[in-house]
Design a protein around this ligand. Structure first.
Ligand SMILES: [Zn+2]
Length: 508
């Protein structure tokens, strides 16, 4: 293992680090601090930040990696703040960690105390080793344990190597660090890369099954340029480009001194290459983001302290009340998020009927990707597809991961009433020509021009039966661009249109 201690930004090691960052698309992150035993009102100060960089952008040729140990006690923190912030949010670098949110909270407070306020607020794209481990357990047919294991237990199970945990609680603030401490710290970060490789191999193997081929097929064929721009990863590419442009502007306008300082941070990202497609697919499917909220930035108060504890409980209750109350204000919906200027929705399994109803009135309403989605799958999907999650599950509202205006708890029980509720709350303007303008089966859009009967018969071959009685009626046929289902303006269609005119009171 190639490991380097970086103690100053005017060192060869630091140059080596920035070069490695520009060649990495995968980085394992870990941090060490001196544990605080007593209950205090501050977070521990992080003394060491480890970055394990996988060099090269082609996963097929991944064999070279290098670990950097950033000595946060010696390096002036403002000098590396921008650099780290950029790495944490670079769309071209997948960050790996083991429950890294905790580390991020402590890092943020450590940097904040050195004048880098507000520290860090985001790591994206991110993948947690605990989730990869659960995936691997599931693939092996093992019962997925509810409690997350320690990193050393996961290493032992997945890699067959044992990590000593002896040094975890050693004094990381003391200098110089011992050889054992350095080796321990480097191994902790490096093993994240190794576990990821095993995870990735499994995912790639999976991807060769027919299931994924189908997914890929639908994915590529049905998307127009607009949709591609709306894809979360499309955004990233776009952001990446904009970011580079931004650097040019900064360099052209800022003073040379500012410029040097800003550029030092941005340089790394500017030079990184976009991810290889296979890695990108993993990010698209499993990637997540770590977000620090205001509440994360304050240390939790001691349990022994009855008064403070009750105020924390009160604060939690208040949050719940806030988020289970009514929708506050207009949805922050802009056209670049898709949905033609309206919110796009994701209907939880409990309100799947509502999804069909929304589609019938022309509103983009998706359903969960799996039949029994975990709360976090739902939340991930809502995030990635930029949808507002509609649910009847009050528990979901308490989820830290979603912003308050990305989830709405539907109050009514019946589909028609639910539809009216959503139309009113989100102030959707439904007009008659939107009715039946979407595939009720899959939420897809229809082709631009209707098909003639002959064309429809051709399109339906071996796929869908068109009743003979329709042949001489000179009807218009509409085909879903996503699932190819054909619809025609027959009796069913007219009944449905009439029904939704009544439900939405379009005649009044
Ligand atoms: Zn369809």
């Amino acid at each position: 293992m190639d490991a380097h201690l970086v103690s100053s930004i005017d060192s060869d090691e630091f140059t080596h680090l920035t070069r490695a960052l520009s060649r990495s698309t995968l980085i394992g992150l870990d941090a060490e601090w001196k544990p605080i035993r007593s209950q205090r009102s501050t977070f521990p100060t992080v003394a060491l930040l480890q970055l394990a960089c996988q060099l090269g952008d082609d996963p097929a040729e991944w064999d070279e990696s290098v670990v950097f140990l950033l000595d946060l006690v010696s390096i002036p923190l403002p000098s590396i703040w921008e650099l780290l912030k950029d790495v944490f949010v670079s769309p071209d670098i997948l960050k790996l960690g083991f429950k890294f949110k905790q580390d991020l909270i402590f890092l943020s407070s450590t940097f904040g105390a050195e004048g880098c306020d507000p520290g860090f607020d985001k790591v994206e794209p991110y993948l947690d080793i605990t989730n990869m481990h659960k995936f691997l357990q599931h693939k092996q047919g093992k019962k997925v344990s509810k409690d997350t294991k320690s990193l050393s237990a996961i290493c032992e199970e997945v890699l067959g190597i044992s990590l000593s945990k002896e040094l975890q609680c050693s004094d990381w603030s003391r200098r110089p660090l011992t050889e054992e401490q350095l080796r321990y710290a480097a191994t902790d970060a490096h093993c994240l890369l190794e576990i990821f490789k095993i995870f990735q191999a499994k995912v790639v193997k999976e991807g060769k099954s027919c299931n994924d081929v189908k997914e890929l097929h639908e994915f590529n064929l049905s998307l127009g340029l607009k949709d591609i721009f709306q894809m979360p990863d499309g955004d990233n590419k776009l952001v990446g480009t904009k970011f580079c442009n931004a650097l040019d502007i900064v360099q052209a306008t800022a003073s040379s001194e500012d410029c040097g300082r800003i550029a030092r941070g941005l340089e790394v990202i500017r030079k990184t290459k976009p991810m290889d497609e296979s890695l990108w697919k993993i990010v698209r499917k499993y990637g997540e983001k770590l977000l620090l909220r205001e509440s994360d930035r304050k240390p939790k108060t001691s349990r022994k302290n009855g008064k403070k504890r009750s105020s924390v409980v009160a604060a939690c209750k208040k949050n719940q009340l806030d988020s289970s109350g009514d929708w506050e204000g207009l949805p922050p919906w802009d056209i670049s998020l898709g949905g033609d200027g309206w919110p796009k929705f994701l209907c939880d399994v409990m309100v799947e009927g509502l999804a069909k109803h929304l589609r019938c009135v022309g509103v983009d309403a998706a359903i969960p990707l799996s039949k029994k989605p975990e709360p976090r799958e739902l939340i991930d999907q809502a995030y990635k597809e930029k949808r507002v999650l509609l649910t009847r599950d009050a528990k979901l509202l308490r989820h830290q991961y979603l912003l308050k205006n990305q989830i709405y708890r539907v109050k009514n029980l019946l589909k028609n009433e639910q539809l009216i509720e959503v139309i009113e709350i989100f102030q959707l303007k439904i007009s008659e020509d939107q009715l039946m303008s979407r595939c009720t089966k899959c939420n897809g859009r229809f082709i631009q021009k209707p098909l003639t009967t002959e064309e429809a018969i051709e399109a339906a071959k071996g796929f869908q039966r068109i009743p003979n009685c329709l042949f001489d009626k000179n009807l218009e046929f509409w085909q879903c661009m996503d699932c190819n289902q054909l619809y025609w303006e027959g009796t069913q269609y007219h009944n449905a249109v009439q029904k939704f005119i009544d439900v939405c009171k379009l005649n009044d």
